[in-house]
Design a binder for this molecule. Structure first.
Ligand code: F6P
Length: 328
């Protein structure tokens, strides 16, 4: 198979994350280094279906390592979920002479890649790009480190107001299914409580913790809430609940939203992206397919895409314990 690969496609798919551009740059430059043609597929699988392609050379990716978002654009594509959509995409790839592709994205993007490979035996390698850090087979996904630093920076600023006005803030962070952003940024920013989907401690515990906090002399508090938390109340309802049961608190809400997905990637994400791009292209040229590049114990590793999409990564129990101790 190795000798047959002369042109590799690269696309970003699903929610964007900081570090995607650094990964695109790495794929393109590794191809250039190995004298393989590289084609950018625009707007994720939608662009693949529509043949939205552009040849990329080493100079096409100048000055993007430091940029957030993705120069290739991204989309969540419903058409690619259908057999007809995937057939159109295959026709376009063959027409363009693309022999294999690298998809940078999350779980949904890998599911699509796997289906496509099953139907057309088309070589594909995944790079995990999502701020959620929820993909099995890699200790870190691209964008997670940047996102937690962005969240910590935002909470540090919110803390200024919280402490100046003796207020309690509920800060909602991203994490639809997992609480990695909430837990890590919560510990990093010194949050009083962290509500995550993996652990529903109940509203009583929240009230107890806030009561204890006041009694211990703290004048302000930050509670981090992952958007997928399981208390059954959103941040605004939590505010009302606490105001009703603990009127001593002056409560405010801050929803950080998409600012968590933007911004210049950290050095960690840039280095990780560069390493992953090299590994992805080299793996394709070694005849490998259906695998995701990841990092474990500082080493690049490959995991079957079928494994990577099976479940979300577990929350770090030790970090939960650390967080509990820190709120003493
Ligand atoms: O999967 C990454 C993520 O940022 C989630 O944390 C969040 O729930 C979701 O994307 C938001 O997606 P969209 O930008 O499509 O609303």
């Amino acid at each position: 198979m190795a000798s047959k690969i002369t042109k590799i496609g690269v696309l970003t798919s699903g929610g964007d994350s900081p570090g995607m551009n650094a990964a695109i740059r790495s794929v393109v430059r590794t191809c250039a280094y190995l004298k393989i043609e590289c084609v950018g597929v625009y707007r994720g699988y939608q662009g693949m279906i529509e043949g939205d392609f552009k040849a990329l050379d080493a100079r096409s990716v100048n000055n993007i390592i430091n940029k957030g978002g993705t120069i290739l654009k991204s989309a969540r594509c419903d058409d690619f979920r259908t057999k007809e959509g995937r057939e159109k995409a295959h026709t376009q790839l063959i027409k363009e002479g693309i022999d294999a592709f690298v998809v940078i994205g999350g779980n949904g993007s890998f599911k699509g890649a796997l289906l496509f490979n099953e139907e057309y035996d088309f070589p594909v390698i995944g790079i995990p790009g999502t701020i959620d850090n929820d993909i099995l087979g890699s200790s870190y996904t691209l964008g997670f480190d940047t996102a937690i630093n962005t969240v910590v920076d935002a909470i540090d600023k919110i803390r200024d107001t919280a402490s100046s006005h003796n207020r309690l803030f509920f800060v909602e962070v991203m994490g639809r299914d997992v609480g990695h952003i909430a837990l890590n940024a919560g510990v990093g920013a010194g949050a009083e409580e962290i509500l995550i989907p993996e652990q529903n401690l109940g509203l009583e515990r929240l009230l107890d913790s806030l009561k204890r906090s006041k009694a211990s002399g703290k004048s302000s508090s930050i509670v981090i809430v992952a958007e997928g938390d399981k208390t059954g109340k959103n941040v605004f309802e939590l505010k009302e609940y606490v105001e009703e049961h603990l009127p001593i608190y002056d409560v405010r809400v801050s929803v950080l939203g998409h600012m968590q997905r933007g911004g210049s990637p950290t050095c960690f994400d840039r280095v990780l992206a560069s390493r992953m791009g090299v590994k992805a292209v080299e793996s394709i040229l070694e005849g490998k397919s259906n695998l995701m590049v990841g990092i474990k114990d500082t080493k690049m590793v490959l995991t079957p895409l079928a494994e990577a999409i099976k479940a979300h990564t577990d929350i770090d129990e030790e970090l939960i314990r650390v967080s509990d101790i820190m709120t003493t």
